[in-house]
Ligand binder design. Structure first.
Ligand SMILES: C[S@@+](CC[C@H](N)C(=O)[O-])C[C@H]1O[C@@H](n2cnc3c(N)ncnc32)[C@H](O)[C@@H]1O
Length: 195
């Protein structure tokens, strides 16, 4: 946390996104990015740093969280439960028909210390994020989601494999060794053509 503060990040979670991006490069060239479970804002800070790139002008960076987020320049923040109909409608209105290049979800349930329950709740959030990604991702887009491992994530993994070119599990160094947190990184969405 000390290092994060010294380097201007709100939390060490920023380093997880930096490490994932360094390994997979899913943010390269992305213009519309959704950051789900964004508070306190480490990932959004990383995304906002990209605004100085030549693509900066066209960037639309939307962050969502049920908790408040102190403002970050360049980030449009939506406060609400992601799965609520009102939140989803508001997101759609912000997108104004623009397709999304990358959907990131670092959403995590309030853990209660019972591993299987925490696991299933985190999976439910990942499934919500995936449903959104399937609806809005551009063909070739990318989806990254946190999950707490526990067994049931295999069906999500298989489902992702049907719809993306490459899918893998990742555990960035900044993620605590004892935590069962993993990231599913799904690259290159194969969007189904409308019938
Ligand atoms: C681990 S934190 C995210 C950290 C963030 N990526 C960062 O870099 O600061 C998980 C976040 O998910 C949010 N969250 C959990 N369930 C949610 C839901 N259903 N809708 C919106 N946000 C949710 C929590 O409020 C919490 O802020």
């Amino acid at each position: 946390m000390k290092k994060a503060r010294a380097e201007g990040y709100r939390c060490r979670a920023a380093y997880k996104l930096l490490a994932l991006e360094q390994r997979y490069g899913f943010l390269k060239g992305a213009r519309v990015i959704i950051d789900l479970g964004a508070a306190p804002g480490g990932w959004s800070q990383v995304l906002a740093q990209n605004r100085s790139s030549p693509l900066g002008e066209n960037l639309l960076l939307i962050a969502v969280d049920s908790r408040p987020l102190s403002p970050i320049e360049g980030i449009t923040f939506v406060q609400g439960m992601f799965e609520d109909e009102g939140t989803q409608r508001y997101l759609a209105s912000l997108l104004q028909g623009r397709a999304v290049d990358v959907v990131l979800s670092d959403m995590a349930p309030n853990t209660i210390g019972r591993r299987q329950i925490d696991h299933l709740q985190s999976l439910a959030l990942a499934e919500e994020a995936y449903a959104f990604a399937r609806q809005y991702l551009v063909s070739g887009g990318h989806f990254v989601t946190k999950i707490f491992q526990g067994g049931a994530e295999k069906s999500l993994f298989e489902d992702l494999r049907q719809n993306f070119q490459n899918v893998s599990f990742a555990k960035p160094q900044a993620s605590r060794t004892e935590s069962c947190e993993r990231y599913l990184v799904a690259m290159t969405f194969r969007k189904a053509l409308p019938l």
